[in-house]
Structure formats: structure tokens, C-alpha cells
Design a protein around this ligand. Structure first.
Ligand code: SAM
Length: 533
């Protein structure tokens, strides 16, 4: 068993079941973490060790290695992380077993902003290893979301490109691969911003918490709370943020703009996106976004600062300078990766949307609006139009992706079954009437994507698509992985297999829903080969 102690997130961060332990990957890991470790314990004996000077890996058999970190500058950890520090290893082992969770040892950069139930970094590692990827290869994630694939590839020393239509997710992914930042300077800058915001709040009669208010200012005439223009407020999920936390967030944004510094602004703004979702708002995720009980107040500035501190901690251990490039484009994956040269992608590791009624523009709405990525209804509509149709809220009259699966027997059968069930159950709302159509639009959109993708794939490229079965549309089962495999095959891909990632019990139908990895191989364009003879 290998135990790594990483500085950013606590005592023991990886208990090695999933850790690649071949000498090659071990040396790659050690290179990535060069200079960060102080001490190695081999079996019973301890020897001083600097990972920059590691010459002979065979002296350090991975099975018996314990690596400790040097003491870091004294940042106070956010509450959750501090608890994690003192967590007994039993708890960590449990976390390790929960396959879909972000492992403690993986938290650096991944934790900066993340969708609930995003696929875990270890899945990316598994497929990078299975596909034999290394620094000579380029990976594409065409539905890169919050960047799990691109971040993990960067950690593994593999070049990566991401495509993402949602501007806030795109911004998050881009920021999560920016590691050339001085963490201490980032933290100092954030403290200055926090001071400005707190002074302004106090001047106007508002405080981080009630104790401070009672102790410091018995009588202050409060300034009116800041609000958003009506058109912008209407974009938010109703009551997703209470008036006082909103006021504080707007003051913090003003302080951020006043102290704007190109070096830190992205990390600081991303920190606010995360704090909004995780503590400031009334939102909850389970995994769908919902609005819970309204909070009267929230310690907005300190929640934000805690997040920036956690980033600074991560930046202490993430390698600077020498890591491979990771580029994220705001682009529609159905239109192909036109910015990439032909035959330039060696592997795809991705989790596209599924036909499950999940609306990614709702799960990200609050931070999209407050950070200015969506300013109007038109912006929202334009964003939705660039997404694969996976929910009825994002279907438009002019949509035509269904034409790409016209005549596909199983998809036609599923759409007909959904429509018949709707009629049978007398379900007549506008949304329900769209269930059958959205299913065809979804698979049509994925067909377009897989067809366009072929141009950029190097012959022999390997692909992993993580998708789940669904029964969201009136309990008609949709075997997403199987259908995508069929579609891919019809487009000339080889279907290598469908690996089971995990199963979930559908509460409505009591059926096991499979979440699986559709593994494909692109053999090259056979028509081209024939033509060139
Ligand atoms: C399941 S999530 C991906 C999560 C991702 N693995 C992560 O690490 O966060 C699917 C993503 O696909 C994006 N998406 C949907 N349609 C798209 C399209 N046509 N082009 C690019 N991205 C799209 C959504 O905005 C969403 O972020």
C-alpha cells in the first residue's frame, strides 16, 4: 500500500488502491510533485528525501513508501477542509470506496469549482492508463464542463483540449488549469479585496455576522440593499439568493473590480462562483438544483476568502511552468472541433449530457448571472441553443437534430413509447408533450457530434464516453450507452466495449440504471484509404 501525504488537504491523502504504481507513472508523479516532499519512510526506516533529487526509483519501492510534505505557510484552512485534516483514516478509506466521489488526494484544482456528480478524476486516470497515453499524446474532452479531464490530464503530463458551450463552465475549466500564479501574492491580494469589501459593508451598516454587529456598532443607519436590475433578477431561479447575501456579493464584486489584477482576477471570481453555490445562496443540489429554505444572511466575504485560501494551498503543490498545455474553447461540440487540425486528437475522455431533463443552464444560473456571463434572456437562449438537447426547457421550434436519427429503429421505438405513455397517462403539459421529441433531438445531436469529430481524430484514436441509462421520460427506459455505441458503429467507429462504471437503482421503476463507459476506436476513414489506392 502506498500512502502519500499531500500538503494541500490533510494528513493522508491517498491510500493507494487507485494509484498507478508502475515505475513510469511513479516517476511522472514524482516529477509533478518535485521538491514538495521532505521525507520518505521505507518500511521501518526513515530517510531524508527531496523528490527533485530522486535518481534511482528502485530504492523507493512504491509498495512501502510514505511521503511527507514540508510545512506550508500558515494559512487557516476553511472549516470543511480543517475537519478533513483531523478526519480519521477510516473515513478516508470509506471515501476511497465511493467511486464517484472526488477523493481527498485529488482535490487540488478539481475542487475549485465542480458540478455535483461530475465524473471523478480517477476515471480519467484509469482510461489514460488503459489507452497508454503520455506526453506525446493529445486528449480532447468535447463536453468538458468543469474540466475534470483537462485538469487531470495536465496533472498526468498529457496535453488536453476542452470544448464547452456554457461560458461559466468554460471559464471555470480555463481557470482550473492556470497554475502559474504565486499563491502568496494571490492570498495577499484577496485579503486586500476582502478588507475593502468589509469596510464598505460596515460603513453601510452590514456585518459578516451578528456577533460583530452587536459588538461593534450599536446604532448605524443602514444604507439600502443593493439589487440587480429587474431583467437580470428575472433570470435567476426565484429566491435562489436572499437580499442581504446578494447585497454582500455585489459589494464584493465591486471591490474585486476596483482591485482588478489580471494575475488573480480569474481565481478570485471563480472563488466567488463556488462560494455562491456552496454557502451564500439558498440552492441545494441533489443532483438537480433546487431552492431550499431562504437564509437571511451569510458570511459572504469569509466564505469567498476561505475558497481563495484553499486555491492558494493547492497552488503551493501544483507544478508551475513545465506542465503541458491545456486549452479550453467555448464551442459547440456538435460542430466539430474546427479550431483543431485534422488527425490531431489521440484520445477522447468525456461525459456528455444524457437525456435526463437536467438543465445545465439552471444548475449554473446564479454564478452565470452574477459574474456577468448571462445578462439577458437573449444570452440565455443563445447559450441553450448551443447545447445538445437533453431537457425539454431547451427545445426550440427550429431544432432539427432529430433528422440525423430519422429511421433509427430503436430511437423511433423509444420516442413512440414515450408519446404513447404520455397519452395513456393524460399528461398534457407543454413539457410533457416535448419528451418524445427531446429524446430524438438528443441522439441526433450526439450523432452530429460523433460524425464531425472524425476529422480531428488520428486513425487509431481511442474514445471513452461516460453516460447513464435514463428513465426520466415517463419511465420509459433509455439505454443511452448502447444507443450511442450503435450510432458510433454506424458512423465507422469500432465499438471496443461498454464498461460498467456503476449502477443506480431508479426509485421510480426499481430498475438498475447502468452508468457505463462506451469505449470506441476510430480506425481512420475507410473511404479515404480506398480513394488513395
Ligand atoms: C456531464 S457534463 C460534463 C461534466 C464534466 N465531465 C466535468 O468535469 O464537469 C456535460 C457538459 O456538456 C456541456 N454541453 C452540452 N452540450 C454541449 C455542446 N453541444 N457542446 C459543448 N458542450 C456541451 C454542458 O454544458 C455540460 O457542462
Amino acid at each position: 500500500m502506498t500512502i502519500w501525504r499531500f500538503p494541500s488537504s490533510g494528513e493522508i491523502l491517498r491510500v493507494a488502491c487507485g494509484l498507478p504504481t508502475s515505475p513510469k507513472t511513479l516517476s511522472q508523479l514524482l516529477k509533478l510533485t518535485a521538491g514538495l516532499f521532505r521525507c520518505v519512510t521505507l518500511a521501518e526506516q526513515t530517510s531524508c528525501f527531496d523528490s527533485t533529487n530522486l535518481q534511482n526509483k528502485s530504492h523507493f519501492p512504491p509498495e512501502k513508501m510514505i511521503v511527507e510534505q514540508p510545512t506550508l505557510p500558515a494559512f487557516s484552512l476553511p472549516k470543511q477542509q480543517a475537519q478533513a485534516h483531523s478526519a480519521p483514516s477510516r473515513r478516508l478509506e470509506k471515501a476511497e470506496r465511493e467511486d464517484n466521489k472526488l477523493k481527498m488526494s485529488d482535490r487540488a484544482a478539481h475542487q475549485w469549482y465542480r458540478f455535483v456528480l461530475s465524473f471523478p478524476p480517477h476515471l480519467v486516470r484509469d482510461y489514460a492508463e488503459k489507452f497508454g497515453l503520455n506526453g506525446r499524446h493529445q486528449v480532447l474532452d468535447p463536453f468538458c464542463g468543469t474540466g475534470t479531464t483537462v485538469v487531470e490530464c495536465k496533472k498526468l503530463g498529457i496535453r488536453a483540449v476542452g470544448l464547452e458551450s456554457n461560458p461559466v463552465a468554460c471559464f471555470a475549466s480555463r481557470t482550473k488549469v492556470q497554475w502559474n500564479i504565486d499563491p502568496q501574492k494571490l492570498l495577499r491580494h484577496a485579503l486586500t479585496v476582502a478588507d475593502t469589501a468589509n469596510e464598505r459593508l460596515e460603513r453601510d451598516g452590514y456585518f459578516e455576522d451578528d456577533t460583530q454587529r452587536l459588538l461593534e456598532r450599536p446604532v448605524v443607519k443602514k444604507a439600502p440593499l443593493r439589487t440587480l436590475p429587474t431583467e437580470v433578477t428575472n433570470l435567476l431561479l426565484t429566491n435562489s439568493i436572499s437580499p442581504l447575501p446578494l447585497h454582500k456579493a455585489l459589494v464584493l464584486l465591486e471591490a474585486l473590480a476596483e482591485h482588478h489584477d489580471d494575475r488573480f482576477v480569474n481565481h478570485e471570481r471563480l472563488g466567488l462562483a463556488t462560494a455562491l453555490v456552496n454557502g451564500i445562496s439558498n440552492l441545494h443540489f441533489g443532483p438537480e438544483v433546487g431552492v431550499g429554505q431562504a437564509k437571511r444572511d451569510a458570511p459572504v466575504v469569509s466564505l469567498w476568502l476561505d475558497g481563495v485560501k484553499a486555491m492558494a494551498q493547492d497552488l503551493e503543490i501544483l507544478p508551475r511552468g513545465e506542465t503541458p498545455e491545456a486549452v479550453i474553447y467555448q464551442a459547440d461540440a456538435r460542430e466539430g472541433a474546427s479550431m483543431l487540425p485534422a488527425n490531431s486528437v489521440d484520445a477522447v475522455i468525456t461525459s456528455p449530457p444524457y437525456p435526463n431533463e437536467k438543465d445545465y443552464t439552471r444548475t449554473t444560473r446564479l454564478e452565470s448571472v452574477l459574474l456577468g456571463f448571462i445578462k439577458s434572456k437573449e444570452d440565455l437562449r443563445d447559450l441553450k441553443k448551443n447545447l445538445v438537447r437533453s431537457n425539454t426547457r431547451g427545445v426550440y421550434k427550429s431544432d432539427a437534430d432529430d433528422s440525423h436519427v430519422a429511421g433509427h429503429q430503436e430511437i423511433e421505438r423509444i420516442a413512440a413509447a414515450i408519446e404513447n405513455r404520455r397519452i395513456e397517462l393524460n399528461k398534457d403539459s407543454g413539457f410533457e408533450r416535448l419528451y418524445a421529441r427531446v429524446t430524438k433531438l438528443y441522439f441526433g445531436g450526439m450523432t452530429r457530434h460523433l460524425a464531425e469529430l472524425r476529422r480531428v481524430l488520428r486513425p487509431g484514436a481511442q474514445l471513452a464516453y461516460v453516460v447513464g441509462d435514463q428513465a426520466s421520460y415517463l419511465r420509459v427506459m433509455i439505454r443511452t450507452g448502447q444507443l450511442l455505441a450503435d450510432i458510433a458503429e454506424s458512423l465507422g467507429y469500432e465499438v471496443v466495449g461498454l464498461d460498467l462504471f456503476r449502477t443506480r437503482l431508479a426509485t421510480a421503476t426499481r430498475e438498475q440504471l447502468r452508468e457505463e463507459v462506451v469505449v470506441l476506436r476510430w480506425p481512420g476513414d475507410k473511404r479515404e484509404k480506398k480513394g488513395s489506392k
